[in-house]
Every structure is written in C-alpha cells, then in structure tokens.
Design a protein around this ligand. Structure first.
Ligand code: C5P
Length: 401
C-alpha cells in the first residue's frame, strides 16, 4: 500500500530520527515529503534529508519553490505525521496558529493527522501541554505516545520519541481506517433536548453532547461524511462536519428521520427527553400564589422508529445511560429498540457519564455478547467504538452518496 506521507519535523533533539523514519517508511513503499520548521533545521541536515526522501525539503513559507505548492502539499498527502512534535509545535497546533509552513499545512490538511511528541518529561506532563494534547485528541489528531527512557537531559523519564515500530503501526492504522470509512455517510445525534414549558422555561437534562461530538469527530477524521444533529450544547461544531442545530425532541426526530435514508450508519447519542409538555404555555406564566401542575406526555422513541425504517445494510447504534448496568435489561432494551449495537454507561459513578470528559462504556450486541471498554476520555472511547463497529458491520461497498 503505497501512500504519500507528509513528514513534519520540529525543533526537538529527536529531529535526527526523522531520517531513520524516512528510510523505513520508504522501505514500506511510501513516498515521503519532508517539511521542517526553522528550529528543526538546527538538528537536521537539509541535504541528507533531501537524499533520504528524494524530494526537496520545504521549510520556508515564502521560499518561491514552495509558496505556491503549500496547499497542494496538504491536499495531496494521505497522512500528515509530525515526528518529532515539540511542546511548542503541539501548542501551536492546538491553538490553530499558522505562522510557518508546517503549521499552515496542519490547518490545511484534510487527511489523518498524527503527532509523535518528544520532549523532557516535565514539559510533556505540564498542564499546558496536557491541555493542548487533549484538545488535539478531541479534534481527531492521533497521538503516538512517547516512551520512557533516557532523555536528552541525561535523566530517565517519559518523553522519548515513540519507537519507529510504534510510529509505523500507528500510521498503518490511520491509513487503513481512512480507507474503510472513506465516503461512508454517518449520522450522529448528540446533546440534550429542551422541551418548552413556556417561552422562557424548559425541561432539559445534563447531557453535554461530548460523547456524540467525539464520535462525529472520530468518524470525520477517518474520512466519513458526517451529519451531526445537535441539541443545545456549549460545544463548538467539529471541523468538517455538517451540523444541524435542534432544540426539542420533536425537532430532533424530524431532522433525524429526514436525514436517515441518506446515511449508512446512525449513532443515536442524544439524551432525548422522555417527556414533553402536552400544552406548552404560549406566554411566560407569571407567579400567582398558586401551585402549578404540568401535564407531560411521552415523546416518541426516535431510535425505535429508525429501526423500523432501517434498510438491511444500514447500521443503528443506540446508547443507554443507566444508574445500574443489568445485562439482561440492557439486552431487552437493545432488542426492543431494534438497534444493531447498544453502548451503555453507568451514570451513577462519579467522574463519568453525562457532562464529564470521561466515560465508561459497555457494548452489547443483539446476540447477547458484550464488551466492557473501560474508562477513558470520550475521544479515546469514540475510536474504540468505531473499531468495534468495524468488526461487526459489513461496510457498504459504495457510499449512498
Ligand atoms: O430508553 P432510553 O432513553 O434509555 O434509550 C436511550 C437510547 O434511545 C439513546 O440512543 C437515545 O438517543 C434513544 N432515544 C430516542 N428517543 C427517545 C428516547 C431515547 O431515540 N425518546
């Protein structure tokens, strides 16, 4: 599988390892184009890099040889791998800065982006760098974790560039993934719904939308076309995703039902309100010294409705937020709703679930099998979920698009 790899090299002492990496990637049959930052060139001999890649090494945005090419470079590559990625460069990527050629390419690239950090342990574990790494992961950037071992300072610690083997393996995963999901049309619902009581009040829930947004991001970074139907959240729309904002369960139902026939797979991650007001007040109700009784009626079960519309090659994934995970009850729910996969999380445990950054998910399939995926950040879980979908769903040969 010969692919075009854009290898970004930044100012870390490990920059010289980019040469070895280039040699191995070329042995694997890939075409490697190197782009180095100004600081990387203090560690990396330009001529050697050009001989190893067989291409000119680009670095300066305003060099006439590459200023016209830089958008092409981003468009043409199958993967952009930044190895080594310095603390400074990770921060730039997270902030979306574009003040040199490599950072500009990182913004322009639509292919999978991987970063292999290399730095001193204190820098890697510094709260600022942790935050930036988290931001990048949530955006779909694949981090190839550094190793523990001797560092440039002479100390032992975490921060050595990942092994060549680990980098090649990660690249392989991203390149294959991209092939599998490329062109697949994914529909994701996320967030809570707000059921109006009157023009200013509503019934809602504590869903943050983070799990659904993480899934939409992970699908998009694997090359899928993603439509995200989102209830009210405080999150920014993920890059490259078609977002449709809704408020109530009825609006969510209309939007999802309209979009579903044009999609191959649907993740119903939204926390749809089970009830709505039978008769919302047209005007804001004023205090009058009396008690106020609200009459609620059940909202339709959107997921169950989709399972009745589902074509044989479509795949439907439901979620369940439970205070106690009971395998038999969950299996009944999965079968009753007619989904192909149910992802259950225990919301009674502190630090996981609805509004937190982490979740603990157990996956159930209609044949009764289950898998506990463990507790992870939602961005990591989203990728684990997609890996499981890959195992059980026969992907359509061509997208419906
Ligand atoms: O029945 P329960 O609310 O636990 O089901 C959760 C799953 O069903 C989620 O996938 C959610 O998006 C979906 N759901 C729905 N319509 C509802 C309630 C939940 O599609 N009215």
């Amino acid at each position: 599988m010969s692919k075009k790899i854009l290898l970004g090299v930044t100012g870390s002492i490990a920059a010289y390892k980019a040469l070895d990496l280039t040699r191995l990637l070329r042995q694997d049959g890939h075409d490697v184009q190197m782009v180095a930052t100004k600081n990387a060139l203090r560690f990396l001999p330009r001529l050697t890099a050009e001989v190893f890649t067989g291409h000119p090494l680009y670095s300066d945005m305003f060099d006439p040889a590459c200023s016209v090419r830089h958008i092409d470079l981003a468009r043409e590559c199958d993967a952009l791998l930044v190895a080594p990625a310095s603390a400074d460069f990770l921060s730039k990527m997270a902030l979306g800065l574009a003040d040199d050629l490599l950072s500009t390419l990182c913004l322009a690239a639509t292919c999978p982006v991987l970063v292999a950090p290399a730095m001193e342990e204190n820098m890697y574990l510094h709260p600022a760098i942790r935050e930036h790494r988290k931001t990048l992961t949530a955006r779909g950037v694949y981090e190839i974790a550094p190793e523990t071992g001797p560092l440039a300072s002479g100390k032992e610690g975490l921060g050595r560039l990942a092994s060549m083997e680990a980098i090649r393996k990660a690249l392989d995963i991203c390149l294959t993934r991209n092939g599998r999901w490329s062109g697949i049309r994914v529909l994701v619902s996320a967030g809570p719904t707000h059921e109006p009581i009157d023009p200013v009040r509503f019934i809602g829930n504590r869903s943050s939308g983070k799990m659904g947004y993480a899934l939409a991001t992970a699908c998009a970074s694997r090359g899928a076309h993603v439509t995200l139907v989102s209830g009210p959240t405080a999150l920014s729309p993920p890059a490259g995703v078609d977002i449709r904002q809704v408020t109530s369960a009825q609006e969510l139902e209309n939007s999802i039902n309209q979009a579903f026939p044009d999609h191959d797979i649907c993740f119903m991650a939204a926390a749809v309100s089970d009830y709505r007001l039978t008769l919302p007040h047209p005007e804001k109700r004023k205090k009058d010294g009396n008690s106020w009784t609200l009459t609620l009626e059940e909202n339709p079960d959107i997921l169950a409705g989709l399972s009745r519309l589902k074509a044989p090659d479509q795949f439907l994934v439901g979620f369940a937020a439970e205070s106690k995970l009971d395998h038999k009850k969950l299996l009944d729910k999965l079968r009753k709703k007619g989904a192909d996969m149910l992802l259950a999380n225990n919301i009674s445990q502190p630090g996981i679930g609805f509004s937190s950054d982490e979740n603990e998910i157990t996956m159930l399939l209609p044949d009764g099998s289950s898998l506990c995926m463990g507790k992870h950040p939602k961005a990591v879980l989203a990728n684990k979920i997609l890996d499981e979908v890959e195992k059980v769903w026969r992907f359509p040969p061509r997208s419906r698009q």
